[in-house]
Design a binder for this molecule. Structure first.
Ligand code: NAD
Length: 332
């Protein structure tokens, strides 16, 4: 049984090869993203394994169906890049890794807050150049601040608990309130109330038709002036142009993003010798109060191990029984 991988990075190859011993799949690794051109390169494969920026749209799924691919395995949690309806019509199973290490992503969101607040990235560079001045490094205590969390699923709830540990007041918005979090002291409020009261807002909901541009010029106007905004979920949750305008007006005091609307053209490659055409990312990285990381929140040893084992296990189960025991992993 063969799995063909797209958007392969050296660490994917390392982890999947290492853990494949007990599964015995034939593994074929392509570095390029999956699209209508690269889908044609597939031959005699049972499953394709894709990541966050592979576009698995109707045209690609049609080619996969012609090539008799039986499974599309996402080695990530989000699945906004796959047309599930077409996959269902074509009788192709789609699975994902619903929860590999919610701690990895939640801890990265906290790292972004601490970096932006205490400016450790700037202090590191200053001290290396014998600049021991503190001017410009003033931060604030997290203790006692109000943190708003949008989406309290696997990652959001871990993030809430960490922020409670800092002594923050934690507010949350989700379509389903989480009783365990409420018992721990998190208050579930309507979105507008959360926006009005929060000093820091962190996004942990999926990208879908309801959440696309949930942060836009209207919702930004509801926020406290000087709010810190963190997005480790999906770039499309934020209307980037509206956020840039709010940064210029000092409405948003700090922005931390691990995801970006147009990241598929940039992230996961070294473009240091390239002229970047995307003026929006160039504008974002020119702000002193914006921290951009290139979709690395998931990137821990524990998360990669779990992603690998779950993906290989799901493909094996789907190819042998056409079903998955873990209903959260099976999308179609
Ligand atoms: P999850 O499914 O466990 O939780 C998502 C939560 O969002 C759920 O509680 C759901 O009810 C809520 N939600 C859905 N629609 C909503 C809406 N319209 N308004 C408010 N809340 C809504 O997912 P998760 O594992 O916590 O992951 C969250 C997101 O994080 C994923 O969808 C993915 O996009 C992103 N992610 C990013 C990285 C990274 O490396 N940066 C890694 C993993 C996941």
């Amino acid at each position: 049984m063969k799995i063909t991988f797209f958007s392969t990075q050296p660490y994917d190859k390392e982890f999947f090869t290492q853990y494949n011993d007990s599964f015995g799949f034939e593994l074929d690794f392509f570095e390029m993203q999956l699209n209508t051109h690269t889908a044609n390169l597939i031959s005699n494969t049972d499953a394709v394994c894709v990541f966050v920026n592979d576009r698995v749209d109707a045209d690609v799924i049609n080619i996969l169906a012609q090539k008799k691919v039986k499974v599309i395995a996402l080695r990530c949690a989000g699945f906004n890049n796959v047309n599930l309806e077409i996959a269902k019509t074509m009788n192709i199973k789609v699975c994902r890794v619903p929860a590999y290490s919610p701690q990895a992503v939640a801890e990265h969101a906290v790292a972004m807050i601490l970096t932006l607040n205490r400016k450790t990235h700037k202090a590191y560079n200053r001290v290396r150049e014998q600049n021991f001045s503190l001017n410009g490094l003033l931060g604030f205590d997290l203790y006692g601040k109000t943190v708003g969390v949008i989406g309290t699923g696997n990652i959001g709830q871990v993030f809430c608990k960490i922020m409670l540990g800092f002594g923050c007041k934690v507010l949350a918005f989700d379509i389903i309130a989480n009783k365990e979090l409420e018992a721990a002291g998190v208050s579930f409020l309507p979105l507008l109330e959360l926006l009005k009261q929060s000093d820091i807002i962190s996004l942990h909901c999926p990208l879908n038709d309801q959440t696309r541009h949930i942060i836009n010029s209207d919702t930004i106007l509801q926020m406290k002036k000087g709010v810190m905004l963190i997005n480790t979920s999906r770039g499309g949750l934020i209307d980037t142009k509206a956020v840039i305008a709010a940064l210029k007006m000092k409405y948003i005091s700090n922005l931390g993003i691990d995801v970006y609307e147009q990241e598929e053209h940039l992230f996961f490659r070294d473009l240091s010798e390239t002229i970047i055409e995307d003026d929006t990312i160039q504008r974002l990285t020119s702000f002193p109060n914006v921290l951009v990381t290139a979709h690395q929140a998931f990137f821990t040893e524990e998360a990669l191990t779990q992603i690998t084992l779950t993906t290989l296990g799901s493909v094996q189960e789907l190819l042998s029984s056409n079903n998955l025991k873990n209903r959260f992993a099976l999308l179609i």
